[in-house]
Design a protein around this ligand. Structure first.
Ligand SMILES: Nc1ncnc2c1ncn2[C@@H]1O[C@H](COP(=O)(O)OP(=O)(O)OP(=O)(O)O)[C@@H](O)[C@H]1O
Length: 407
């Protein structure tokens, strides 16, 4: 299902040329915008065979595929792409309004040509009218709330390895323990760990009416990009358009039950994938996880700035591994320095939601698939306090939904 980025190496293409060409294609797609939204978010399939690129696209209404094909051709030609095939899906025209789209569109463009090729001799691109899954929307304000999800919280970190996933899973379980219906979407393409941390690594999500059915993980509705990968589908190798396309598919094409909270474990960093998700999913607020180390702090600042730019409220900062308690002598020490989370919270006027100890018990529990909150160990209270702080802040930012049903 997610194997929609296919590459065929030609005999004349070295691995280095191949990587350079792929990266150039990504950059061009990410930078090409339709109505202030990157076309990368509209790619549902992409295949490159040497100099020929085939794109499956779901375009917003009023787009002009011919012009898009032509412009992409010109942008990609310097990178060795000489032919572009486009399969286009457009929203069905509104009743009574005549479509302004040409009946036939070029399927193949020679990227050297300055004018789009046209006519029956050139084949037609597959253009199927269908209702759009989501409305392309550049700002949070214009995104509709999910009909069954009251709050979407993204958990982000500027850099990998700060304990974002460990914190996400425990916060989600803590929100559930406070009486909420909770879902978890593991969007961390670089290291999807939710299934393992929740002890459901062997359970595959089912498909029902072409929708994913989330896995039941201790009463939470969980879906991970990791559950959908197998064999050689190495997530690390995923690049911008493929990753954002797959993640949007997970959000849109999942039969999420009625939820008070959907907690999304974001990929680490503040690059294009994160930005695109932040622009396309109706998020109530973001939680930023950081460690007291200076480098991580600088990256966390970038995270706060990214969310400010995309008008997503930052619910607060969690400082992970803030203190170390020695398991032998119980001596507590701030081995990474002190005050990092407080510093960010003060500088950006966002709350410090909590400070977590660096404790081997926290790691051991997630490794076992029974996180601290589930095990109700001595660290559970830290996460419950953070969840309470989130609940205190979040209602200010809620997007209204009426329907309430028990999951
Ligand atoms: N407070 C903590 N005390 C001890 N170990 C922790 C703590 N938080 C996380 N860890 C451990 O640190 C490692 C990295 O944590 P985790 O996978 O949650 O980080 P991450 O930021 O999500 O990483 P990535 O971004 O690479 O996915 C894991 O082994 C985890 O068990």
């Amino acid at each position: 299902m997610f194997n929609f980025m296919k590459k065929k190496t030609t005999k004349t293409e070295t691995p280095q040329q191949q990587a350079e060409r792929d990266s150039a294609v990504d950059k061009v797609l990410l930078g090409y915008e339709i109505g202030a939204v990157s076309i990368a978010t509209m790619v549902t399939g992409l295949e490159r065979d040497g100099e020929a690129l085939t794109l499956d696209l779901r375009l917003p209404k009023d787009s002009n595929p011919e012009v898009i094909q032509q412009e992409l051709g010109q942008l990609l030609h310097p990178h060795g792409i000489t032919t572009i095939h486009m399969n286009v899906r457009l929203p069905a025209p509104e009743k009574g309004s005549g479509s302004s789209l040409p009946k036939q569109m070029p399927k193949t463009t020679n990227a050297m040509e300055s004018q789009p090729s046209s006519g029956a001799n050139n084949n037609t691109s597959s253009t199927n009218a269908e209702p759009p899954i989501t409305k392309a929307a550049p700002t949070q304000a214009s995104l509709a709330a999910h009909p069954r999800i009251r709050h979407i919280i993204v958990v982000a970190s500027g850099k990998g390895g700060v304990g974002k996933s460990t914190t996400t899973v425990n916060i989600a379980l803590a929100l559930q323990k406070l009486g909420n219906r909770v879902g978890v979407l593991d969007a961390d393409i670089y290291g999807p760990s939710m299934p393992t941390m929740l002890g459901v690594a062997d359970v595959k999500p089912q498909l029902e009416n072409e929708q994913f059915v989330p896995v039941d993980a201790h009463g939470m509705a969980m879906l991970s990009i990791g559950s959908l990968l197998d064999g050689d589908n190495t997530p690390v190798a995923w690049r911008g358009p493929k990753a954002t396309g797959a993640l949007m598919q997970l959000y849109n094409q999942t039969n999420w039950p009625q939820l008070d909270y959907l907690v999304i474990d974001m990929p680490p960093g503040t690059g294009d994938i994160q930005l695109t998700l932040a622009q396309r999913i109706p998020v109530t607020g973001a939680v930023i996880v950081t460690t007291p180390q200076h480098v991580a702090l600088l990256d966390a600042q970038k995270g706060v700035e990214m969310f400010n730019k995309t008008n997503i409220p930052v619910l607060g900062v969690v400082e992970n591994m803030a203190l170390h308690t020695c398991s032998n002598c119980n001596h507590t020490e701030a081995i990474f320095g002190t005050g990092g989370g407080e510093f960010i919270a003060e500088q950006y006027h966002v709350p410090l939601l909590g400070q977590l100890p660096l404790a081997s018990g926290i790691r051991a529990q997630v490794d076992k698939g029974v996180p601290s909150v589930l095990a109700d160990d001595e660290f559970a209270q830290y996460y419950l306090d953070i969840a309470k702080n989130i609940e205190t802040n979040i209602n200010k930012f809620a997007k209204p939904v009426d329907d309430k049903r028990i999951f």
